[in-house]
Ligand binder design. Structure first.
Ligand SMILES: [Ca+2]
Ligand SMILES: [Ca+2]
Ligand SMILES: [Ca+2]
Ligand SMILES: [Zn+2]
Length: 478
């Protein structure tokens, strides 16, 4: 990249770390100029290009080639208020910070964890073995921003065999490996791509640091925003499928796509494989976490919420509207997903803050998502709590996998109730009580009844469950 291409460049110096370098002509618009000397850029974060016109060849590599490892780092510009910022590293290698906690400009760059980087070797010459861009390797970006792949050590282009190979990279807002496969793109199973090194290819083995921003694009470019949606998607995917080991179910339901920008004005997940996302300005981060909760729920209940008729009732979270119990569970689960991923469920003081159960004690919370959201947090948190006037309180400490497994079993167990009015929290609680050992039934009943009572959700039939198990056992064993 030529120095005059980038108005702002991140540079590093051994003593001062990273800071911004600008040319003198730009100083009239930048307050930092008075304090910062103008320096020669050493290692800028290299921005990408939107399109590559050159021909790209993707043939498999010969098995007998000598390889060498090619490494680099990829970041994105983070603007999210909500997310797992500390699980990603910034360019200094320090844990990421949320926007309000940043003290330096470059801390806005965080590792582009689980973006995919493809590596291409460049040939300018023609003739035997020469292709303008030949694919040589693919790598997933780690939580510290690094990526690495084994690539052929020698140039296959006969006319360039004496010189060192040179590389161009393509980064994608997608990741597909094993059971996991997800995209952020304009269309289903399509990703945003930026190219790096086009026109001035990189030498190996270490690439310069890259940032998923289009060079000369507007600051609020669609790619930069998509990278923030991708980061949210990775946060929830890692929390649910990697850490908690919940199956993604790629074989059954395919990849998940975040379609951005979507033709719709807000977020929705009306299929088991598609999230529509739109926003004004930078993504705040909560939308994708919430919508992905719907994806996990759909995939647990056969893809269509166990046959609940569509179109699904709209829900306005801000007005705390009264809903049918199925919608209250569905939206409560989605809000819980976001709270689980960001750690809000586990914050000290969460249990005693009375913001989520906003109703009077006498009103049955079975109709209200916020009661469900909070009950599901109690289901998995390890902080016992008891609201005044309740008999039991929360003593439940089930992990996320067990909670999901209960959700996953609910539609099989109560299949006859799946259609209107839909399965609800009482069905989920009942599934928990009857799943597992017979001896443990009363203990499970006590625990889940405590969570429900603490959150004002009334399930009148639940008390009879440990006693009237014969019929259910029969169904389970079929
Ligand atoms: Ca608990
Ligand atoms: Ca609790
Ligand atoms: Ca299921
Ligand atoms: Zn929702």
């Amino acid at each position: 990249m030529r120095a005059q291409e980038a108005p702002l460049r991140l540079v590093s110096s051994p003593r001062r770390g990273y800071f911004w370098s600008v040319s003198r002509s730009q100083c009239h618009v930048l307050l930092v100029c008075a304090a910062s000397p103008v320096l020669i850029a050493a290692e800028p974060l290299v921005e990408g290009r939107r399109r590559v016109w050159s021909q790209v060849e993707r043939s498999p590599l010969a098995s007998d080639v000598t390889t060498t490892s090619l490494t680099g780092r990829l970041f994105y510009e983070d603007h999210r208020q909500l997310g797992r910022h500390t699980t990603r590293r910034d360019p200094d290698g320090k844990p990421g910070r949320r926007p309000k906690q940043r003290t330096q400009r470059h801390q806005r760059y965080l590792a582009a964890h689980l973006m995919t980087v493809e590596m291409y070797e460049v040939d300018d010459a023609r003739g035997r073995g020469c292709v303008p861009l030949a694919w040589v390797g693919t790598a997933a970006v780690g939580p510290d921003g690094t990526f690495s792949a084994e690539v052929p050590a020698n140039d296959s282009c006969a006319a360039e065999s004496e010189s060192e190979p040179r590389y161009v990279l393509a980064a994608h807002t997608s990741h597909c490996e094993g059971d996991l496969c997800f995209y952020v793109g304009r269309r289903v199973e399509d990703a945003y791509t930026l190219w790096f090194g086009v026109g001035s290819p990189f030498a190996g083995p270490t690439m310069p640091d890259l940032v998923f921003l289009p060079a000369r694009g507007p600051r609020l470019s669609v790619e930069a925003q998509a990278a923030n949606h991708h980061a949210s998607l990775v946060d929830v995917v890692v929390a649910f499928h990697v850490e908690a080991d919940i199956p993604f179910r790629r074989e059954e339901f395919g990849a998940v796509t975040v379609r951005y920008p979507s033709p719709y004005s807000d977020g929705r997940a009306t299929r088991a494989d598609l999230i529509d996302a739109n926003n004004q300005g930078w993504p705040k981060g909560g939308l994708i976490l919430h919508e992905y909760g719907h994806i996990v729920h759909r995939r647990a209940w056969g893809g269509d919420y166990a046959g609940y008729p569509t179109p699904i009732q709209r829900w306005n979270g801000k007005s705390h509207s009264r809903e049918v119990p199925f919608i209250a569970l569905k939206e409560g689960w989605a809000n819980f997903t976001a709270a689980y991923v960001t750690g809000r469920c586990f914050r000290s003081g969460y249990d005693t803050a009375n913001t989520l159960v906003s109703l009077q004690r006498e009103v049955n919370g079975i109709h209200f998502p916020q009661n469900h959201h909070r009950a599901l947090c109690d289901w998995v948190d390890r902080q016992p709590d008891q609201r005044p006037g309740t008999a039991r309180g929360d003593t439940m400490t089930t992990d996320l996998y067990t909670l999901w497994q209960t959700l996953d079993t609910t539609d099989e167990l109560w299949a006859d109730r799946g259609h209107t009015p839909g399965l609800n929290m009482c069905d989920l609680a009942a599934t928990y009580v009857v799943s597992g050992s017979v001896d443990g039934r009363w203990a499970r009943f006590d625990a889940v009844a405590g969570v429900l009572e603490t959150n004002d959700i009334a399930c009148p039939g639940l008390r009879m469950l440990p006693i009237t198990q014969v019929a259910v056992d029969h169904r389970l064993s079929r």
